[in-house]
Design a protein around this ligand. Structure first.
Ligand SMILES: [Zn+2]
Length: 376
């Protein structure tokens, strides 16, 4: 399989079913190459012949022959490692999930090797549970809370779990016996939303995720923004005031020190684990709510002026925030951003809810092992 296979598959994923003529037009492949590529994909069972009605004719008129992806022909595993919790799922070629597992771990005291061993064990159990035909499994996509190297193998730094330069893909490959690709968690979420969620027709999408800390990921024209090859948009470390509290990054007064899970829990008077709908609990504390919304608005205004996203997608605690937060931001943000961006910008919760992380992992695996032409 090669680059042409990946390109044909991507076109069918985004616009299929398509006639061979339309596929030829969009792929710009020669008739010979296209015939060769589609024959091989048909043989592998990842695309199939189907009938479609030409656009504009509804169900009237003679159906035409077309090609479409067989979404259940292959499967990837999506894994999301957070600060003290892991979620796992299996996903088809359109990132629809089947099965779900999660488990907790000690974020400060768990060796990466021990953690991936448990991930591998849970993946085996999940495969059995959904009676997965292992020959259809392409690989594992791992979403992690920190920037990763350009080769998508190594976590460079994940402060929340105390990791520095951990070769997490190699470790999991050894334990699970499957190919693994790794990506920064919020970047993976942004990519998932852009491929399979509410960002499909959006030129620039900024995903903002709030759990332990505040992170972001950016997709521009379908491409994940990975500055320096490692890709993490450090929205949480925009400095709000040089004399603020010390941040985990070593600087002072970062946005992350004002808008993070610990700050939300303090404002809501909650000790222990963060409950669901945490933002709604904070809203009851008027002054603290105003301060948090104010800092968030300031940080987002800077991000919008620098990155000009058409859509900001909220995940984690922000994704389940009360509608009043979205209303506030839609009102307060426009006057603070450049006039030409005001009318374009929309802010919405993630279409994947709490599954954004695992679907992000699955999306990265699909990109790498299937739509990139890496099918094997
Ligand atoms: Zn910081």
């Amino acid at each position: 399989m090669g680059v042409h296979h990946g390109s044909v598959l991507r076109i069918l994923r985004d616009a299929g079913p398509l006639s061979r003529a339309e596929l030829a037009r969009r792929s710009r492949l020669s008739p010979t190459t296209l015939t060769h590529v589609t024959a091989q994909l048909l043989r592998d069972g990842v695309i199939m012949e189907t009938e479609t009605h030409p656009a504009g004719q509804g169900a009237i008129g003679r159906p035409a022959q077309a090609l479409r992806i067989v979404r259940e022909a292959r499967v990837v595993a999506g894994v999301n490692i957070g600060a003290g919790h892991v979620e796992l799922t299996m996903a088809d070629l359109q990132a629809a999930t089947k099965g779900w597992r999660s488990f907790g771990f000690d974020a400060k005291g768990t060796e990466p090797r021990a953690l991936v061993r448990e991930v591998a064990r849970q993946l085996t159990e999940l495969s059995d549970e959904i009676q997965l035909d292992r020959s259809r499994l392409l690989g594992i996509g791992l979403s992690v809370p920190g920037p990763v190297d350009a080769g998508r193998r190594i976590v460079q730094a994940a402060i929340n779990v105390g990791w520095s330069h951990v070769p997490i893909a190699d470790l999991l490959e050894e334990e699970a016996g499957q190919p693994v690709v790794v990506e920064h968690n919020v970047s993976a979420m942004a990519l998932a939303e852009s491929r399979y969620g509410i960002g499909r027709d959006v030129p620039a999408l900024l995903f903002v995720y709030l759990r332990t800390g505040l992170g972001a990921g950016l997709v521009i024209d379908g491409t994940l923004f990975r500055p320096g090859g490692h890709g993490a948009v450090e929205l949480g470390h925009i400095q709000m005031t040089p004399k603020g509290a010390l941040c985990a990054c070593g600087n002072r007064g970062c946005l992350d020190t004002f808008v993070c899970e610990a700050a939300l829990k303090r404002a809501a008077g909650i000790k222990g684990a963060a409950p669901e709908q945490l933002m709604a609990r904070v809203e009851g504390n008027g002054p603290a709510w105003e301060a948090i919304v104010g800092h968030l608005t300031t940080g987002l205004a800077s991000a919008v002026n620098l990155l000009t996203p058409d859509l900001i997608v909220f995940g984690g605690h922000l994704g389940e925030a009360p509608e009043s937060l979205f209303q506030r931001l839609r009102r307060d943000l426009p006057p603070r951003i450049m006039p030409h961006v005001r009318d374009l910008l929309d802010i919405r919760p993630s279409s994947f809810g709490p599954a954004a992380g695992v679907i992000g992992g699955a999306t990265v695996a699909l990109e790498h092992f299937f739509y990139g032409g890496g099918l094997h």
